[in-house]
Ligand binder design. Structure first.
Ligand SMILES: Cc1ncc(COP(=O)(O)O)c(C=O)c1O
Length: 398
């Protein structure tokens, strides 16, 4: 019998990963992945950037780089984050191998086995898996459409066996719920957390993908509000705004937290890919990112609107959902007792897939909800696939 470490013996493949194999079967319409549209990647721009690199830049791209990131990218990324109002001067940036690595590093920095941590319910499965791998005691807190329930959060903090090590949240176009925190809730959350000695991990992978420019104030990260008395660890990513194949993300954290994180990253992978850092730097530096983002925002909005109209047309009235104001996902809430796994089996027979709610429940139980994503599916396919999911819901729930 192979003697694995106790930290890995509880690791299980998630339903979302297992489903990926089904999602790639020919003919299946997938609303399951959180992947950017294949047809939307800035291939021409990246080709041009690569072809115009000097020999020295190409050599740099093939070489190891500093653990914290290539200086050129740190500079262009700082400027990019500063435009979002983020306090780059008083904090440190660590370039990571995807933002999931940033979350993983923070988890390693804070969690001892058995430590309590607070998360929204539902929560991003990648973060939950990272927290579980460090044997955290995960305390789920209800998420409402305007943000985390403050009453539930206060109760959870007071009831926790020891002071929770951190609170992990995704205030902007939440995965899986699609919700955007209200400005007032963010301020109330800051008031609640101030002086509590519980850092906030603010996961922001989607805020550039807004549909309504008038939301700009509401998109302000908590990190940009720069609250006194709270260590906010902000994470971001190029995955949804250039491409996940770059495997590049970052954290922006207070210097004392940064020091530990840099050491942890050294032991993980020494540095993130120089190759893609060179490309990402040029993409930011030239300003191409801004023109590109304008294009993809429009494309995602068109897909989202196709999905809104398909859902309005086909879903039974008992399914509750809200229109996201950006990002990739819509969260469907079914009547109490409904089982999304049964619906998924029917939907697969009919040729469409989504992700079941329990995938995103820290306790893996609550399953009367499901996530449909519109990011990598054309409006035509959305109009074809949603009626199948609606049909599967009716067959199971009546
Ligand atoms: C909320 C959230 N955070 C982080 C990530 C991780 O992205 P990456 O590691 O590709 O940067 C994702 C990816 O789906 C996500 O949805």
């Amino acid at each position: 019998m192979t003697r694995f470490a106790s930290t890995t013996s509880n690791l299980r493949s998630s339903e979302i990963r297992d489903l990926m194999s089904l999602a790639t079967k020919p003919g299946i319409i997938s609303f399951a992945g959180g992947m950017p549209g294949n047809d939307l990647f800035p291939i021409k721009e990246i080709d041009e950037i690569y072809n115009n690199l000097s020999l020295t830049e190409k050599q740099l791209a093939m070489q190891y780089g500093p653990t914290n990131g290539l200086p050129t990218l740190m500079e262009s990324l700082s400027a990019y984050l500063k435009k979002k109002g983020l306090p780059v001067e008083k904090n440190r940036i660590l370039i990571t191998t995807g933002s999931l690595q940033a979350i993983n590093i923070l988890a390693k920095a804070f969690i001892d086995p058995g430590d309590s941590i607070l998360v929204e319910n539902p929560s991003f499965i990648g973060a939950l898996s990272a927290f579980k791998s460090y044997q955290a005691d995960i305390i789920p807190v209800t998420l409402n459409s305007d943000g985390i329930s403050l009453t539930a959060l206060e109760k959870a903090i007071n009831k926790a066996p020891a002071l929770p090590k951190f609170l992990y949240i995704t205030p902007c176009f939440h995965n899986p719920a699609g919700y955007l925190y209200s400005t007032s809730l963010k301020h109330e959350l800051i008031q609640l957390m101030a002086g509590k000695n519980i850092p906030i991990i603010e996961d922001d992978a989607y805020s550039d993908l807004f549909f309504h420019p008038e939301d700009s104030e509401r998109l302000t990260p908590i990190k940009a509000i720069n609250p006194e008395g709270i260590d906010v660890c902000y994470t971001g990513s190029f995955s949804k705004i250039i491409g996940p194949g770059l495997r590049l993300g970052w954290m922006l954290v207070p210097p004392h937290i940064y020091e530990k994180c840099e050491l942890i990253k050294q032991s993980f992978d020494a540095c993130s890919p120089s190759f893609t850092q060179v490309l990402a730097d040029k993409f930011l530096r030239s300003g191409a990112i801004y023109t590109y983002l304008d294009t993809v925002r429009k494309a995602y909005k068109t897909r989202a609107e196709a999905m809104f109209s398909a859902l309005e047309q086909h879903l039974p009235a008992y399914v509750k959902w809200e229109k996201p104001r950006g990002g990739f996902y819509i969260w469907l809430q079914l009547p109490e007792g409904a089982d999304a796994t049964e619906i998924l089996k029917k939907a697969i027979d009919k040729g469409a897939v989504f992700v079941t709610g329990k995938t995103f429940d820290p306790e893996g139980k609550k399953n009367n909800c499901l996530r449909v994503s519109y990011c990598n599916t054309s409006p035509e396919m959305i109009m074809k696939g949603i009626p199948e999911i609606a049909g599967a819901i009716r067959e199971i729930c009546g």
